[in-house]
Write a protein that binds this ligand. Structure first.
Ligand SMILES: [Ca+2]
Ligand SMILES: [Ca+2]
Length: 303
């Protein structure tokens, strides 16, 4: 009787989970259908340019001219869009007044368009990440993020990444998100925190077909940065067990690390059997050595 009851409860739970997942997927599909496409964004930009009745001529050499639009023209742009309903949330008076206006209450079309671009990009990121939220709790755990980054890597600018290094890269990228965004060590991060984080923006820079000059050295996720830190990690890992002991780390920076520094370091990093386990932690060491551990906080740690 008891077993039957347990089986019945289990079946009920499975049914509820399946139903919950199906409802979540439906919601995601609906959200995805509402996303503004690149063609629609191009049309918006063209219409803003055509409708704007005033051009601000800059008298500074490095500042480009900008077109300004009043509220009447703003509403006209919406009417001329092919699918105005999709843009409803952008063409509200409350959005218009958010932007600084000139003496005739006209706003910059460039500022407005950049706002739309940013919001569309966040909506797209939310939908993309939510697809990996298998238990539909609005958060991603390490496994979810691992799958997300693994899939994203196919579209990232990562030249010369070998198949064997790919696994380490993926793991390190995930650890970076967990290290900074899961400070309470809950093992998961709310999706909203991920999409609003500069870490995701940094990761997305690698999706650009033409990233800004010098991104390899500046961007933590670039192939150059990750391979450099990984190389340092391997050099220090003299017993090749994939972890760094206190003795091995002591060799870093020509052996100048102090005992107090070690204590602080091992407090800050996730360890296994009191050994540092990943190249992210290696990056933490590097930053702590550069800055002095007293001054370091989570926001400072980038390679
Ligand atoms: Ca989840
Ligand atoms: Ca070792």
């Amino acid at each position: 009787m008891e077993i039957k009851k347990l089986i019945s409860l289990k079946s009920k739970n499975i049914f509820q989970q399946t139903l919950h997942r199906a409802a979540y997927k439906l919601k995601l599909d609906k959200q995805e259908g509402k996303l503004i496409t690149n063609d629609e964004l191009d049309t918006l930009w063209d219409l803003l340019n055509e409708t704007a009745g005033f051009t601000y001529k800059s008298d500074q050499e490095n500042v480009a001219d900008d077109k300004l639009i009043n509220f009447k023209e703003f509403e006209l742009v919406k009417e001329r869009l092919n699918n105005p309903k999709k843009f409803n949330s952008y063409f509200k008076p409350s959005i218009f007044v958010r932007f600084p206006g000139d003496e005739s209450c006209r706003i910059s079309i460039l500022q407005f368009y950049n706002y739309v671009l940013r919001k569309v990009s966040l909506d797209q990121a939310w939908v993309d990440l939510a697809k990996y939220d298998l238990d539909c709790d609005g958060c991603l755990n390490e496994d979810d993020l691992n799958k997300y980054i693994g899939d994203l890597m196919a579209f990232m600018n990562l030249p010369n990444i070998t198949i064997s290094f790919k696994k380490f890269y993926q793991c390190t990228a995930v650890r970076k998100f967990m290290f900074f965004l899961d400070s309470m060590k809950l093992g998961k991060i709310p999706i909203i925190n991920i999409i609003l984080s500069p870490i995701l923006t940094e990761l997305f820079e690698l999706r650009e077909s033409e990233p800004l000059e010098g991104f390899e050295k500046r961007n933590w996720f670039s192939a150059y940065s990750s391979q450099r830190v990984y190389g340092q990690f391997l050099n220090l890992d003299t017993d090749q067990n994939g972890m760094l002991s206190r003795e091995e780390i002591a060799e870093y920076n020509n052996g100048t690390i102090t005992g107090i520094f070690f204590d602080r370091l091992f407090e800050e990093c996730q360890t296994y059997k009191n050994e540092i386990t990943s190249i992210l932690e290696m990056a933490v060491i590097k930053k702590m050595v550069t800055m002095g551990y007293e001054e370091m906080n989570a926001d400072d740690i980038t390679v």
